[in-house]
Design a protein around this ligand. Sequence first.
Ligand code: NAD
Length: 519
Amino acid sequence: MPDVAQITVSPARIAELTALIRATGPETRTTVTPLTGADVATVPVSTEQDVLDAFAAARVAQRAWARTSLRRRKRALLKLHDLILKNREELLDLVQLESGKARSHAFDEVLHTALTGRYYGRRLSRILGPHRIAGAYPVLTGIRQYHQPKGVVGLITPWNYPLSMALVDGLAAVAAGNAVVHKPDSQAPLTALAIIQLMHRAGFPKDLWQVVSGAGSVIGSTIIANADYICFTGSTATGKRIAAQCSERLIGCSLELGGKNPMIVLPGADVEKTVEGTINAAFSSAGQLCVSIERIYVHESIYDQYRDALAERLERLSYGANADWEAEMGTLVSPAQLATIEKHVADAIDHGATVVSGGRARPDIAPWFHEPTVLENVPESALCSAEETFGPLVSLYPYRGVGEAIALANSTIYGLNASVWGPVRRARKVAPKIQAGTVNVNEGFAATFGSIGAPMGGMKQSGTGRRQGAEGLLRFTESQSIGVQRLVPVGGPPQLSKRTFTAVLTVGLVLMRRLTRKA
Ligand code: NAD
């Protein structure tokens, strides 16, 4: 029985959750908790036939769901919001158990998911329409734009935010009238399963959200071969493979991928507040967050002061691989993650970087725990200079001019998130010059990430498409324009010759342009 680090989930409860996976074969996989390395669950692995069955059941459920009123869908979304908050303790336990993050960071996921339900619950009709659009002829042509669901969405999610990454996209997909076949990461399926139970209680039909389990490299192709749209969150390398497979079938996909996110600290920034903000920006979920900051450019006038204050603050940072609300950082998720961080730190030091703070694994805290680590003098040749580390590792760089800082921030193949600290008017001018899907002023990532109405996603190799906001919902729909022509055909009344009709039309167009000159 997992009874680790103040978190207890009974075997019966785990069995109840894993039974929700569509899997009939004999193969199973054991998951472990990064909090202690102990076994957590025996998870059944889906066969190819299970994936096909999941699509078949999802298609039946989707046809009925697409006919339900928006009012019913809104009710279910808002009820889910309430149920998530009511059942937050179990969700927090499961997120921590599967990801090893600090409890307060697990709460970010609960909050993000509840807010997503509320946002789409409140705005569904406004976003989905139908919307009236000006037609070819005023009064005579009536156009309405509809947003039809795509059908069955294949949802592939990573381990780092097992709750939030599944629901922020999946809820938008079902709100738009789709069904979902979801493949959570093999390391973290329980959290998604618990929320699906809550979805059933909230009024979403049973077969609408199917969960399959297994390695992406094994069942991923079957998902892509059967879905009407793919929504993927994960690494850029996998995203490219998925995009290639989607293009073969000419189905759309949204890809939320990696980043090497920069922060610029402007002259005049409040150093104390910036240091506090850096803790959250770089070390939330132990840096295993797509929008986490990994490169920090600090104006030379305050560089030393900022670096020393950050090192001092990190000495006081409270770690914990347990359910303690006061822990400011939890552990890494796996030995593979720890190996990457250790490799990046050792390689940077070999290339001449110096350690400002941290730099060591800490198995005394949890088996794969690594100290939050700050480096300086990192040369371009070091791996961590350009590659995503996806862990608690940041590099500091001094700069002279703001133009130089912007150029450095943009000198990456990625473009997911960025952060600018300093006087707001100045920071606002810098922000749009950074090539990133979200830019946060005097925050690391939370201002945009926590605002569900704000579209979020990557420029350059950080992805395609946007989650959150209207865009996050509309990507799961096909836009359909329905035009109604009244009284006169678009080609002109039959009693007028083509010559007369085109002459009348030309005069009409000239007059219309004059009348609407100011518009
Ligand atoms: P990953 O690409 O290895 O795996 C992500 C998911 O894809 C998993 O469920 C995995 O099983 C599946 N998968 C793997 N190969 C597949 C294939 N060939 N076909 C179909 N599915 C396949 O990524 P990861 O290491 O689990 O996650 C970390 C990465 O995710 C980081 O690069 C991080 O930046 C990125 N990420 C991005 C966002 C975002 O919103 N942009 C959010 C979270 C994580």
